[in-house]
Design a binder for this molecule. Structure first.
Ligand SMILES: *Cc1c(COP(=O)(O)O)cnc(C)c1O
Length: 470
């Protein structure tokens, strides 16, 4: 058959509409909606046929009709189910950008619910009975915790960098080391962000080495700021040299040029405590003399998606007054969660306990081993298909934070019996609560560090349903 003959085999929409299956769907969802879906499916099929993607033997009207009806039923069924769902993260990547980065703790979630339940004092001063500022809810707390003079928050850290540059360096030059012209992923590239904000990028130094004299030579009348970008998702090793924030701030003071630091993942606690590399905290960077510092809300801070900007009052005021601020500001839910997140840090011990990302970092090898053994024992006791073992592995922070740093972990390793590891992993993603795993050496690995104590029971239950013979 040639293409035209094949296309002639396609059923007409009217014919499909008269089928009992579609009549039922029209009654439930309305004729227009079903007609729209049928037309889309018919178009998809037509394009597939034109591209030669459908096999010879399936090219008959009856086959087409049953396929179109099946797909239409599936699509209408999907209309009833939420697309956005909770999942189990068994990947061992703590801050998984595709899995929503930082999960929230009890107090953070309570704050979220409170903010959405009814009306609130989002922009209303209860003491004065008149209009207030939404920043008021979190700015003081952030200043208390970081030691900053002033603070403001926006939609995410990418927005924070854009806004800072737009407010402080429009049509002027910003000096950045060639070793820090980073791409974070998802189209966040420093040179492009710079262009969008209207600032002019002035590169200095070399990829592996940038000295203080490089910044000094690059500075001119046109310089609006020095920008340091934390290389949060890669490492430059070997013959390297980086200018410290102290040195750069001293230079900035001499020339009257402000120093901006994009810290990426804002850490407020000492990570060395859990044998990780020391990540400079926001407070330390400010103490070293940085004028403006920005960082993400949902990386190591463990809060909501946000970009937090802290620093000298004169610059924060300028940033708050920029017209872009209105477009990038936080909504009420994020405002509430951000405040609750910083409040946890008033007592560091409380933060390690209540902020899930920190809690995951703090879990000991023994706890993780116990959890892995408990779950695997349970699976082995119910005649599961495949071989289930506990194995030593490692977890990472992820989300473009602490590249190269690993944390010890244990994993439940499954060698499936009647299917490939990929087929099992696919099946796990279709569970009542989807399980996202990873595959190594033809085995499915379920890492324990990212499955919390609170999720453990349900996780085991869902796994059992997927693995155990009825
Ligand atoms: C992650 C990161 C960003 C982007 O932050 P988002 O909150 O994801 O927008 C910007 N700069 C650095 C250095 C980062 O690590």
């Amino acid at each position: 058959m040639n293409k035209n003959e094949i296309l002639r085999q396609l059923p007409k929409v009217d014919h499909l509409l008269q089928k009992p299956e579609t009549e039922e769907l029209c009654r439930l969802y309305g004729k227009d909606r079903i007609l729209g879906i049928l037309r889309e499916e018919l178009d998809n099929l037509r394009n597939e046929l034109l591209a030669g993607k459908t096999a010879e033997h399936t090219q008959q009207t009856e086959v087409f009709i049953s396929r179109l009806l099946r797909q239409t039923v599936e699509r209408t069924k999907a209309l009833e189910e939420p697309s956005y769902r909770r999942v189990f993260n068994a990947t061992g990547i703590l801050l998984h950008t595709n899995l929503g980065r930082a999960p929230l703790g009890k107090h953070q979630m309570e704050a979220a619910i409170q903010s959405m339940r009814g009306f609130s004092n989002l922009e209303y001063s209860l003491s004065e009975g008149k209009r207030g500022k939404r920043q008021a809810h979190y700015a003081d707390v952030i200043c208390q915790i970081t030691g900053a003079e002033a603070a403001v928050a926006v939609n995410n850290n990418a927005a924070a960098v854009t806004l800072i540059l737009a407010a402080m360096a429009h049509k002027k030059e910003v000096i950045v080391s060639r070793g820090e012209l980073i791409e974070i992923g998802g189209h966040f590239r420093i040179p492009e962000v710079m262009e969008q904000s209207g600032a002019v990028l002035r590169e200095t130094g070399c990829t592996n080495r940038t000295r203080i004299s490089d910044y000094e030579h690059a500075a001119t009348e046109e310089t609006a700021a020095f920008l340091k970008v934390h290389t949060s998702n890669y490492k430059i090793v070997g013959f390297t040299e980086e200018t410290s924030v102290d040195e750069l701030s001293a230079l900035g003071k001499r020339y009257g040029i402000p120093v901006i630091v994009d810290l990426g993942s804002g850490v407020l606690v000492n990570l060395e405590k859990y044998r990780l590399v020391h990540e400079p905290t926001v407070g330390e960077i400010l103490q070293k003399g940085a004028d403006v510092v920005c960082f993400s809300g949902d990386k190591l801070l463990g809060g909501p998606q946000a970009g937090i900007i802290v620093g000298k009052k004169e610059y924060i005021q300028k940033i708050e007054q920029h017209p872009l601020m209105r477009a990038l500001r936080l909504d009420k839910c994020t405002t509430a969660v951000l405040e609750a997140t910083f409040r946890e840090y008033f007592h560091e011990e409380q933060a390690w306990e209540n902020i899930p990302v920190l809690k995951m970092i703090a879990r000991t090898k023994e706890e993780l081993l116990d959890q892995a053994e408990e779950i695997s024992r349970e699976l082995n006791s119910c005649s599961c298909s495949g071989k289930i073992e506990v194995t030593e592995s490692s977890a990472v922070i992820g989300g473009g934070s602490l590249p190269g740093e690993i944390m010890p972990d244990y994993a439940i390793e499954i060698s499936p019996e009647k299917e490939t590891a990929q087929q099992l992993a696919d099946r796990l993603r279709l569970c009542s609560v989807p399980i996202v795993s990873h595959i190594k050496n033809d085995r499915v690995l379920l890492q324990m560090r990212t499955v919390s104590e609170g999720e453990k029971r349900e996780f085991a239950e869902v796994l059992r349903e997927a693995l155990c013979k009825k």
